[in-house]
Design a protein around this ligand. Structure first.
Ligand SMILES: [Zn+2]
Length: 256
């Protein structure tokens, strides 16, 4: 169903790049961190990149940048094995990557984030970008593991719509994208109690014995495929709408 053409920057040579007329770019911010006993360390990057790939494939002129594989993962220490960035380090990498695009003429940008720990770094990077390049247009998909299940038909996921670190939605994504890297026999999770109106600052080891939260055991490949398809189609529709309106944000006729 998707057009076969190359849009992954690292795979393009100059001839092919210049014949492609890219006018917007997607940057994936991922992580390399423990995901319970059953999911690969790169799960957040794999999931966000798969969504970004399927989005870019649907929208003419979309350049997909190489993903940033390292994120802010202090909250997973000391489970093996995490590579964590200070938020300011990641913010600088994001800023420099996006600024590189802007100074070369691509100033319509979408971040597809794979990992919740990165949010503060993304916000800081985009605040800097707003000051330095006020004409750039930037949008962010912050949380595929929330947006993806929310865009699926009700009942596709179980408790809390599949939420959790290495929980149902993430495990479903793993089964859909990298099934050979998932060990369902080792999947286990738990539901830590938490207050509803206060956000407590905890690490995963403080609230979980397994390193996973939520319930990964019932996850299926079909759920993962539905979720990835739903979110990538949504993001593609968003980009097409942006193109149609010359990237003017906050329109009254939006039906998103
Ligand atoms: Zn994850």
């Amino acid at each position: 169903m998707y057009k076969i053409r190359e849009f992954r920057l690292e795979r393009l040579n100059r001839t092919r790049f210049e014949s492609s007329r890219f006018d917007k770019a997607i940057l994936v911010t991922g992580a390399t961190e423990n995901h319970g006993f059953h999911l690969p360390m790169g799960m957040d990057t794999y999931a966000a990149y798969a969504i970004a790939e399927r989005t870019a494939a649907q929208v003419e002129g979309t350049l997909l940048l190489p993903p940033i594989h390292f994120g802010v993962s202090d909250g997973l220490m000391p489970y093996p094995f995490n590579i964590t960035m200070r938020p300011e380090t990641l913010a600088k990498v994001i800023f420099d990557a996006l600024e590189s695009c802007i100074v070369q003429g691509i100033d319509r940008l979408l971040i597809v984030n794979g990992h919740g720990g990165n949010n503060s770094a993304i916000d800081v990077a985009l605040t800097w970008l707003r000051r330095e390049h006020p004409g750039a247009k930037v949008a962010v998909s912050y949380a595929w593991w929330i947006s993806g299940p929310r865009l699926c038909p009700p009942g596709t996921f179980g408790r809390e719509n599949g939420l959790g670190h290495a929980g149902e939605a993430e495990t479903a994504a793993g089964l859909a994208i990298v099934p050979e890297l998932v060990d369902m026999d080792a999947a286990q999770g738990e539901w830590p109690a938490r207050p509803t109106e206060v956000s407590i600052r905890t690490t995963i080891p403080e609230i979980s014995k397994t390193g996973a939260t939520g319930d990964p055991t019932g996850a299926t490949r079909e759920q993962g495929e539905k979720m990835i398809e739903a979110l990538s189609c949504y993001l593609a529709r968003f980009l097409k709408e942006m193109d149609r309106t010359d990237w003017r944000f906050a329109r009254e006729d939006w039906d998103f």
